[in-house]
Design a protein around this ligand. Structure first.
Ligand SMILES: Cc1cc2nc3c(=O)[nH]c(=O)nc-3n(C[C@H](O)[C@H](O)[C@H](O)COP(=O)(O)OP(=O)(O)OC[C@H]3O[C@@H](n4cnc5c(N)ncnc54)[C@H](O)[C@@H]3O)c2cc1C
Length: 455
């Protein structure tokens, strides 16, 4: 449904005077999209969704004005960071306004291991300022160079650093946020401690985050290594052993089956054909014991860069997480992917046997509730929607948990259950259901005809 026809746009636009507004049709299309096309299912569903207007505030006061205009004229509002999400999280299903926060990007403070930042701060830009002071983000997505911190908490889950710090949703990875509400008289709320979970990974469905207080990690000098192994079994066991080695300081442990390595064309000099690999970021101070672990598994180090050398070219991180999918799709656009908690290496190997080359194994080791385990961003040779569903069901039947990347619905992509805390917060801060409408199943089921008139 596009509700644009009923909106008094002239009045809305006049009320937003002084805030940058974008109406050029090409720009509107571009700023209404993300990387949903990684999924053939979403590609078909979202291709024609477009905002009627994009606005670019530069301050929280501007955001309050936009919120008030949306509330007054019943305009759907979809927040956008850098638009690098994978599931159409920032695609405006019902048109309306896209609130592009890329210019709300001040770093307010970096003090005693805690940063206070605006949501539009790009992750890599922040680290450039924090690292000379001895700090860095605890984790970041492989889209680090473009993605924003607001978008990472709004729509991401974890990434490079999750091997040590778990996921964004874990208690302690976000201290506090300021949130602008979509009430008739919008206010700014400050949420601290567990209260932040009301908006953490909510796809911007329940308010606009205008400031974040984020705990940091001590900055290490990260060396980068590629290690090759004759088969996936050895590579995966090595990945688990490295993850379990508490004395080795690491930021990234990625493992790819030989079938996946073939798609990392820029690294082919270091990836002998038919071999599996591990891509690793390890503190320089841990390199000596790390090499001993590699020897224990008969791995071969084919690439090693010191931290200073690694800063010069493209980081290995840009071949991991969903960048692996990006590189593979550049060669074969028929490939798509899954996001799977395997929990154990044994289960990875069982499922590798079951699916062969239809599901090619790419693992990211990460800490989940205190234990390191393999998560998969497997490459899938796409045939039909039915087969994709069947592959997901077979993984679940084998004991895996899948975070489905082929849906834009918040709950269906995650834990499959409605989060009553996020829903209750939406009822409070967004009584008309204007924030990113159509994305929260809990809301659509409770208010199928919209909430106005029912309450
Ligand atoms: C090649 C590739 C690799 C990727 N790798 C990873 C990875 O390693 N880990 C990972 O977690 N993700 C990954 N992603 C997904 C995505 O890049 C990240 O999650 C990224 O952090 C999103 O940031 P963004 O600024 O682009 O957010 P956007 O895509 O603009 O927004 C994401 C969601 O957050 C909401 N949002 C944005 N800002 C706010 C705000 N201020 N208040 C409330 N809601 C807000 C939006 O409405 C949207 O629902 C990858 C994507 C691609 C294409």
């Amino acid at each position: 449904m596009n509700v644009a026809a009923e909106i008094p746009w002239e009045r809305a636009i006049a009320a937003l005077e002084g805030i940058e507004q974008i109406t050029d049709p090409n720009q509107l299309t571009k700023l209404s999209q993300d990387y949903y096309h990684f999924s053939p299912i979403l590609a078909a569903q979202l291709v024609d969704k477009r905002a009627d207007l994009v606005v670019r505030p530069t301050s929280e006061v501007d955001v309050l004005r936009v919120a008030q205009v949306c509330a007054r004229y019943h305009i759907p509002l979809t927040v956008r960071g850098a638009g690098t999400g994978n599931y159409g999280q920032c695609v405006p299903l019902q048109g309306g306004i896209v609130l592009d926060l890329i210019k709300l990007n001040q770093i307010h403070s970096i003090r005693q291991g805690v940063a206070v930042v605006d949501p539009g701060v790009r992750l890599a830009n922040f680290d450039k300022q924090a690292r000379p002071q001895g700090w860095e983000w605890r984790m970041y997505p492989s889209t680090y160079r473009t993605a924003t911190i607001g978008g990472f908490f709004g729509g991401g889950s974890g990434g490079i650093g999750s091997i040590t710090y778990g996921q964004l949703r874990d208690r302690g990875n976000l201290n506090a946020v300021r949130v602008v509400t979509l009430e008739n008289y919008p206010q700014v709320l400050e949420l601290r401690g567990d209260a932040v979970q009301q908006v953490n990974h909510a796809y911007g469905t329940n308010g606009v985050i205008t400031r974040l207080e984020v705990p940091l990690a001590p900055a290490y000098d990260w060396a980068e290594s590629i290690i090759t192994f004759p088969d996936l079994t050895t590579a995966a066991r090595f990945g688990q052993a490295l993850g379990d080695s508490d004395g080795l300081v690491k930021k990234l442990v990625t493992v790819c089956a030989p079938s996946v390595c073939q798609y990392l064309t820029a690294l082919q000099d270091y990836l002998p054909q038919g071999q599996a690999c591990a891509l690793v970021m390890i503190a320089e101070s841990s390199l000596e014991p790390f090499r001993e672990l590699v020897r224990e598994f008969n791995g071969k180090i084919t690439y090693e860069k010191s931290a200073i050398e690694a800063q010069k070219g493209i980081s290995l991180a840009e071949f991991t997480w969903n960048h692996t999918t990006l590189h593979a799709r550049a060669i074969d656009a028929n490939l798509t992917y899954l996001q799977t908690f395997y929990f154990t290496v044994e289960r990875v190997l069982e499922l590798e046997q079951q699916f062969g080359d239809e599901v090619m194994i790419h693992l990211e080791f990460m800490r989940v509730e205190g234990r390191v385990m393999p998560a998969g961003l497997q490459l899938v040779r796409y045939s039909t929607p039915e087969r994709l569903k069947e592959i997901i069901a077979l993984h679940e039947a084998a004991g895996c948990a899948i975070a489905d990347p082929h849906t834009y619905i918040l709950e269906d992509g995650g834990r499959k259950v409605i989060d009553p805390v996020q829903l209750a917060f939406k009822e409070f801060v967004d009584p008309q259901g204007l924030c990113n409408p159509g994305k929260m199943r809990g809301w659509s089921e409770k208010y199928p005809r919209g909430r106005v008139g029912q309450v």
